[in-house]
Design a binder for this molecule. Structure first.
Ligand SMILES: *Cc1c(COP(=O)(O)O)cnc(C)c1O
Length: 373
C-alpha cells in the first residue's frame, strides 16, 4: 500500500524515536489487525462487549476489573472524573455545569506535572479535577505527598514515565502506602510502561496504559484496577467519556494485543545492543561524532544509541542536524530531548538493520556536505 504515500503525497518515515504519537506510535501485528477487522465487520451489544472484554483482560492481568478506553489520556480524564463523580447520576451529566461541591483535588508530585505531548493538567481539568502539586520540582517524598492531602482530595495521581523527574521522587509503592493511610484512591498513569501488572500489585486503585505503545495494539487505552473504581470509569461513557468513545474494533484489537503481548518473547535490551553495534561502530569513524549504548532512564529493558556531536567540528548545532534529518527525502526521527546538550538518541525497536544503515549514510552525507561548503 505504498500508493497511500503517493496518493496523499506523504513522506516515508524512519522512526528511530520509539513509540511516538507524532509518527503513529506502532504497527500492530497481523493477528491484531485481523481482530480489528473482525470487530469492524460485526455488531455487538456494546455494554456486553465492554464488560466481557474487561473481565477477560482483568483475569489475564490478575486485576479485579478493566475497561478499554480510547487512549491513555482519555483514561486519565475518565479516571479523574470517576473518583469525583463516583455513582452520582446528576454529576455524571453535569460535571462541568457548576463549581463542584464534592472533593475534586487531584494531588500530583510536582516533578510529575509534565507534558507528554499534551499536559497532564489538561486531562485532570477535563475530568473535573483541580491539580494540586506536592513537593518540589526536584523532590517529592512520601511526607511531602501526604502533606498535600486535605478533605478536598479526590485522588493521588502518580505519573510513571521517563518524562518525569526521577531524582528524589517517591516510588509507586510509597505513594500507595500514603494513599491507604489517608484513605484516598491512587491513580497511576503508566501509559508507556511495559509491566501490565506490577503497579496494580503495588496497590494502585486504577492503572492506565496506552494501547499502541508497549502493547502495540490499535489506538486505544486500558484502565485496570479495583472496584468500585473501574465501574465508575465505565459509567463515564454516559458523561465526558462519550467525547472520547472507543469503537468495537479498538476494544477487540487491544484485548487481542494484550493477550499476545503476555506470551510473546520480548526483544531484550541485549538484543537491541547487538543490532545497534555495527551502527555505533560506523558512526564512531566520523569525525566530531561519538556514539555509545545508553540504557533507558526510566529503568525499562531498552537500550538506545546515544550520538554526541561536537558542534565545533561538525559545523552545525545538533538541533539543526536533527531538523535537517527530519526534512530530508526520507524523514528520520530521533529522540531529540537532549539536542540542547549536543546529544540525540536512536531507539532501534522500530528500525531495521538496513534503515540503521540509511541513517548512518544520511548523517555522513550531511556532515560531509557541511565540510565541503
Ligand atoms: C503517551 C503518554 C500518555 C498519553 O497516551 P495516549 O494513549 O497517547 O493518550 C500519557 N501519559 C504518559 C506518561 C505518556 O507517555
Amino acid at each position: 500500500m505504498s500508493s497511500i504515500y503517493e496518493k496523499y503525497d506523504l513522506k516515508q518515515v524512519i522512526n528511530a524515536s520509539g513509540r511516538m504519537t507524532i509518527l503513529g506510535v506502532s504497527t500492530p501485528s497481523a493477528e491484531v489487525v485481523e481482530t480489528v477487522n473482525y470487530g469492524l465487520n460485526h455488531y455487538f451489544e456494546m455494554k456486553d462487549l465492554v464488560n466481557k472484554t474487561g473481565a477477560y483482560i482483568a483475569q489475564l492481568l490478575g486485576a479485579e476489573d478493566a475497561v478499554v478506553v480510547s487512549c491513555a489520556s482519555a483514561g486519565i480524564a475518565q479516571s479523574v472524573a470517576a473518583v469525583i463523580v463516583q455513582d452520582n447520576d446528576w454529576l455524571l451529566e453535569n460535571l462541568h455545569a457548576a463549581p463542584l461541591t464534592v472533593a475534586h483535588d487531584i494531588v500530583v508530585p510536582r516533578g510529575h506535572n509534565v507534558n507528554f505531548g499534551a499536559p497532564v493538567g489538561t486531562m485532570v481539568a477535563l475530568g473535573g479535577g483541580r491539580l494540586v502539586e506536592a513537593g518540589y520540582a526536584n523532590e517529592c517524598s512520601p511526607e511531602q505527598l501526604a502533606a498535600a492531602i486535605t478533605p478536598q482530595t479526590a485522588a493521588i495521581l502518580y505519573i510513571k514515565s521517563h518524562h518525569c523527574v526521577q531524582k528524589s521522587h517517591l516510588s509507586v509503592e510509597q505513594a500507595a502506602v500514603v494513599a491507604r493511610k489517608h484513605k484516598v484512591p491512587l491513580i497511576v498513569d503508566a501509559a508507556a510502561e511495559e509491566d501490565l501488572q506490577c503497579y496494580y500489585q503495588f496497590g494502585a486503585d486504577l492503572v492506565i496504559y496506552s494501547g499502541a505503545k508497549a502493547i502495540e495494539g490499535p489506538t486505544s487505552g486500558l484502565v485496570l484496577g479495583r472496584q468500585p473504581y473501574v465501574n465508575w470509569v465505565k459509567r463515564q461513557s454516559g458523561g465526558i467519556g462519550r467525547a472520547m468513545k472507543v469503537g468495537k474494533e479498538g476494544i477487540l484489537g487491544l484485548t487481542q494485543a494484550i493477550e499476545n503481548y503476555l506470551v510473546q518473547e520480548k526483544v531484550t535490551g541485549a538484543q537491541m545492543v547487538e543490532k545497534m553495534t555495527p551502527f555505533i561502530d560506523s558512526l564512531n569513524t566520523l569525525s566530531g561524532v561519538k556514539a555509545r549504548v545508553v540504557w533507558d532512564a526510566a529503568g525499562r529493558d531498552i537500550a538506545r544509541s546515544e550520538i554526541h556531536f561536537d558542534e565545533a567540528i561538525v559545523g552545525m548545532t545538533t538541533g539543526e542536524l536533527v531538523q535537517r534529518l527530519k526534512t530530508g527525502d526520507i524523514a528520520i526521527y530521533f529522540r531529540g530531548y537532549k539536542a540542547n546538550e549536543g546529544i540525540v538518541e536512536v531507539d532501534v525497536r522500530s528500525v531495521t538493520a538496513e534503515q540503521l544503515n540509511v541513517i548512518y549514510r544520511c548523517i555522513r552525507a550531511l556532515l560531509e556536505g557541511e565540510k565541503k561548503a
